[in-house]
Design a protein around this ligand. Structure first.
Ligand code: FHN
Length: 467
C-alpha cells in the first residue's frame, strides 16, 4: 500500500532544505475533503458516472447574442464577464432582443469546433443552449426567441453539433440557465424591466418555459451526456425535483451538474476554483481561458499552455474534471489564441494521456501545499500556500509523478510500500527503464539531466499491487 503522505528530496542538500522546511510555517497539511456531499455508490450510479470519471477534460462553450456587443454597449466598455452585458448595462429587453436580427454566424462550422475539442484531448462538450439572457440557441417551439426563428442565420447549431459529435464520438451536453432568465417577466434576475424577483410568479416561468425547453433538449438531440444547470436562485427542492424527473424520464443516463438547486450527480466547484486538496467525490471545475466566458473583444488575457496543463494535472491529482471554456465570436469563430493553447494541451495529452484519462488522485497529498501557520486571510483563516513542483496521479499498478519543475538527475519519493518494478518516462518513446533504488518505503529514481517536456514530464512507476 502507499502511505497517505509523500515528500520529495532530491539529494542530501535538498534533504537539509526539506528539514528546514519542516520547521517553516508551512506545516499544516492540506486536508483531504472527505466529500461530505458524496452520493452513495450503487451499480446504477457507477454505470452512469463511468464516462465522466474517465473523461477528466471537457470543452465548455458560451455562445449567444452577447457575442455581438462583445463587452461594449453604445460605445462604452462594460465591465465584467461578456455574457452578463445585458444585466451589467441594464439593457431593456426591447433593446437587447434586437440583437437577434443581427446574429448571423456564417463562419460557424460544427465539425471544426468538435475537431478542436478532439485535438485538445477533450472527451465531452457542454454548450449554452440558453444562458441568463433567455435566448435559445436552438430551434425551440416554446418561444420564437430562438436562433432559428429570430435570426437571419435560421440554422440550429445544436443540431449540427449533435451530428458532428456523433461523427467524432465525443459526448455532448447542454448548459441551461434554469432560474435566471432576463427576457421573461417571471424569470429570475431582470429587476430593471420587471421589478424584484420576490414579486414574480417564478413557477409560471418554470412551467411555461424552462421545463418544456429542457424537455425539448432531452428529446430532440440524441443522447445528451449532461445538463449543466446554473445559478439556482429561488430553486426549492420541489422545483429542482421537476427538472430531475425530466432527466430521469427522458434520458436516464444523462448527468445533472451540481448547480440545479438540489444534489446533482456530481459537485460543481466555483468558477475557476480549484480545491486545495483531494476531494473524494465526483466533481468538476468550470474554468476560463481568459477572464470571460462569453466573447469579449478586449479580453486577451490568455492563460498559456503551461498554466492549462498544470491546472489539468492539478485537478486530476485531486480527483476532479476540468471543463475549460471557449467564447466564440458572433461570426461563429473560436478565437485563435484559444485554439492554439488548447491544441498545445492536446499535444501534451497525446504523449501523457495515460496519466490523465481515468486516472485516480494522488495517494500522497503533501506535495499539494500547506496552510500557513502565520499568514491569515481577511477572515482570519490560514492562507493556503500551494506547492507546484510536482503532482501525482495513479492508475491500477501505476504511479505517475508529474514533474512541473524538473528535479535534476535523481528523485526520491517517500511513502511507497509496494515493490517498484520499473520506472520510465512517458515522453520517452522507447520507455527505457530508469535505474531505481528502493530502501524501506522510499524509492530513488535516476533521471536524465534535462526535462523531456517543457510543461510536465511524467515519470511512470510500475508497482506491484498488494493482492
Ligand atoms: O453567471 C454564470 C456565468 O455567466 C457563467 O455561465 C458561469 C460558468 O460557470 N456560471 C455563472 C456564474 O457562476
Amino acid at each position: 500500500m502507499i502511505a497517505a503522505f509523500g515528500m520529495v528530496k532530491r539529494s542530501l542538500l535538498l534533504s537539509l532544505i526539506a528539514a528546514l522546511l519542516a520547521i517553516s510555517p508551512w506545516m499544516t497539511r492540506a486536508q483531504v475533503d472527505a466529500g461530505k456531499g458524496a452520493a452513495q455508490e450503487t451499480p446504477e450510479r457507477a454505470a452512469r458516472m463511468k464516462w465522466f470519471r474517465e473523461a477528466k477534460f471537457g470543452l465548455f462553450i458560451h455562445w449567444g447574442l452577447y457575442a455581438i456587443p462583445a463587452g461594449e454597449w453604445k460605445g462604452q466598455p462594460i465591465a465584467g464577464i461578456g455574457e452578463w452585458i445585458m444585466n451589467r448595462a441594464k439593457i431593456p429587453v426591447k433593446e437587447y432582443e434586437q440583437l437577434a436580427a443581427q446574429f448571423n454566424p456564417v463562419k460557424f462550422n460544427a465539425d471544426q469546433w468538435v475537431q478542436l475539442a478532439v485535438d485538445a484531448g477533450m472527451k465531452y462538450i457542454v454548450i449554452t443552449s440558453k444562458h441568463h439572457d433567455g435566448f435559445a440557441m436552438y430551434r425551440s417551439k416554446v418561444t420564437p426567441y430562438n436562433i432559428v426563428d429570430a435570426t437571419p442565420f435560421k440554422r440550429d447549431p445544436l443540431k449540427e453539433l449533435a451530428a458532428a459529435c456523433a461523427r467524432k464520438k465525443i459526448r455532448l451536453g447542454f448548459y441551461y440557465s434554469q432560474a435566471q432568465d432576463w427576457h421573461e417577466p417571471n424569470g429570475a434576475g431582470n429587476t430593471w424591466d420587471f421589478g424584484p424577483d420576490d414579486k414574480k410568479d417564478f413557477d409560471q416561468y418554470l412551467r411555461s418555459k424552462a421545463e418544456p425547453q429542457v424537455q425539448e433538449l432531452l428529446t430532440g438531440y440524441g443522447p445528451v451526456c449532461l445538463i449543466w444547470f446554473d445559478t439556482p436562485r429561488m430553486m426549492t427542492p420541489e422545483r429542482s425535483q421537476r427538472f430531475t424527473d425530466l432527466l430521469r424520464k427522458f434520458q436516464p443516463a444523462s448527468l445533472i451538474d451540481g448547480r440545479l438547486g438540489s444534489a446533482g450527480d456530481y459537485r460543481s466547484m466555483g468558477d475557476n476554483a480549484i480545491p486545495n486538496a483531494v476531494v473524494r467525490e465526483d466533481w468538476e471545475v468550470p474554468a476560463t481561458l481568459n477572464r470571460t466566458w462569453g466573447f469579449k473583444k478586449d479580453d486577451t488575457d490568455w492563460k498559456p499552455p503551461s498554466d492549462l496543463i498544470f491546472k489539468l494535472v492539478d485537478i486530476v491529482s485531486k480527483g476532479g474534471n476540468y471543463l475549460l471554456n471557449v467564447g466564440p465570436t458572433a461570426e461563429g469563430v473560436i478565437p485563435q489564441a484559444s485554439q492554439d493553447n488548447l491544441r498545445a494541451v492536446g499535444r501534451w495529452l497525446k504523449v501523457n494521456g495515460e496519466a490523465i484519462y481515468g486516472a485516480g488522485p494522488t495517494p500522497f497529498g503533501g506535495e499539494l501545499g500547506a496552510f500557513s501557520e502565520t499568514e491569515k486571510d481577511k477572515n482570519g483563516k490560514p492562507v493556503f500556500k500551494p506547492q507546484t513542483d510536482w503532482r501525482c496521479t495513479t492508475q491500477p499498478g501505476k504511479i505517475f509523478v508529474h514533474f512541473i519543475k524538473w528535479p535534476g538527475t535523481s528523485f526520491e519519493l517517500h511513502g511507497i510500500k509496494e515493490a517498484v518494478e520499473r520506472a520510465y518516462l512517458l515522453a520517452d518513446p522507447r520507455h527505457k527503464a530508469l535505474a531505481i533504488k528502493k530502501s524501506g518505503d522510499s524509492v530513488t529514481v535516476t533521471l536524465p539531466g534535462t526535462a523531456p517536456d517543457p510543461y510536465d514530464s511524467v515519470l511512470c512507476l510500475v508497482v506491484k499491487t498488494a493482492k
